[in-house]
Design a protein around this ligand. Structure first.
Ligand SMILES: NC(=O)c1ccc[n+]([C@@H]2O[C@H](COP(=O)([O-])OP(=O)(O)OC[C@H]3O[C@@H](n4cnc5c(N)ncnc54)[C@H](OP(=O)(O)O)[C@@H]3O)[C@@H](O)[C@H]2O)c1
Length: 349
């Protein structure tokens, strides 16, 4: 009886989650259509890339949620195993029975720092190029391709929003690099080679996306105000960025302390039940903080850039999927896991 009640609660919460996602997606689509009809750059490659990524992760999230209600025998099918192997990484991979051939694609999760090292170098270089206008021809051509605005002939003005976004992105990458190397305690968890390749390209595209705003602005003949003009959205965005960075850092320190003793020496590589701080509200406060970091970048970029909100949408679905898998892992591993704790966004998801 209790079991059946639990199942009813789980399927109600799944329906609620799907309903929430459906509402968010519908509202977003409505908003996107309205914004697009007002924008001349909505057909750009950069918007298509982020829309596709967001759609892929939303689809993966929905397929995973639905698969929880399918017959158990389907879990042994090759397609299902391949799908789960592609969306999972680290501790959540332990939950599925993986065929031996799938191990060929494993890359150590402790290589996460590679992504941030690439970001620090690449986005540092973009900042230097942004400050020392004009851009080299190859970069102008790439931005022209991404935005659909051929800019070889237009002289651009460095925009304060773009420079700030790039600087915050660079600071975020430096902090994450240091956390990967000096704070986090990694186990022998793995990621898929496809995820690794994706991660290596991710921050390259992200930096170019930041520069695309300049291109779009310049393409419309509307260069932004000079550097000294900081608006309230910039200040608000920076405040959110600092708060989100602190939350993420503290959450990662808490996870590391689950494996270390008082002196800092590693005592175990097991996955233990996190509690305290942001973990009282959600299973993955560091993923929620990641979302806030991107919201802050969107605010700093001016708050009205469709491209940046598409990036935020991608982060919503990407981190929602990872948080959902992590939440399921904790729920199945720890019998005393607090049932009221959300997976990703406090009291919502
Ligand atoms: N923007 C994006 O597209 C994107 C994508 C992915 C990640 N991220 C960000 O990158 C950061 C790290 O992500 P992640 O997925 O690697 O986080 P994670 O799986 O929670 O891992 C973070 C660290 O904590 C350890 N850990 C995790 N759960 C633990 C537990 N229960 N007990 C003890 N140690 C535990 C992990 O070790 P092991 O896993 O090695 O055991 C790892 O060292 C997050 O802030 C996330 O938001 C961003």
């Amino acid at each position: 009886m209790l079991h059946k009640n639990n199942e009813a609660v789980v399927s109600m919460s799944s329906l609620y989650t799907l309903y929430t996602l459906f509402t968010i997606s519908s509202l977003y689509t409505l908003w996107a259509v309205v914004s697009m009809s007002a924008s001349s750059n909505y057909y750009s490659v950069v918007n298509a890339v982020w829309s596709c990524l967001a759609a892929c992760f939303l689809l993966a999230f929905c397929v995973h949620k639905i698969s929880l209600h399918l017959p158990k025998r389907l879990e042994r099918s090759r397609v299902y195993l391949l799908f789960e192997d592609l969306i999972r990484y680290g501790k959540t991979k332990q939950q599925i029975k993986r065929d031996s051939w799938l191990h060929v694609f494993d890359v150590p999760k402790r290589w996460f720092w590679h992504f941030y090292a690439v970001s620090v170098v690449w986005n540092g270089a973009l900042i230097a190029m942004h400050v020392n206008h004009p851009y080299p021809v190859w970069l102008t051509d790439i931005l022209g391709f991404l935005t659909g605005v051929p800019l070889r002939t237009i002289s651009q003005v460095p925009q304060v929003s773009t420079l700030l976004v790039l600087l915050l992105l660079w600071l975020h990458s430096v902090r994450r690099l240091l956390e990967c190397l000096c704070v986090s305690v990694f186990s022998d968890g793995v990621i898929h080679v496809v995820q690794y390749v994706f991660g290596m390209g991710y921050y390259v595209i992200l930096g170019l996306t930041a520069l695309c705003s300049d291109h779009q602005g310049a393409g419309q003949g509307a260069p932004e105000a000079p550097l000294q003009k900081l608006g309230w959205l910039h200040v608000g965005g920076i405040v959110v960025f600092i708060g989100a960075s602190l939350l993420q850092h503290c959450s990662l320190v808490q996870l590391a302390r689950l494996r270390t003793g008082r002196s800092g020496t590693v005592k175990t590589l097991a996955h233990r039940m996190p509690s305290g701080g942001g973990f009282e509200f959600v299973s993955c406060p560091h993923y929620f903080a990641e979302l806030l970091v991107y919201v802050s970048l969107s605010l700093v970029s001016g708050g009205l850039s469709l491209t940046w909100w598409l990036v935020v949408l991608y982060v919503v679905f990407n981190q929602a999927l990872a948080a959902q898998l992590c939440h399921e892992f904790y729920m199945s591993k720890f019998k005393s896991y607090p049932r009221q704790r959300s997976a990703f966004i406090p009291f919502v998801l």
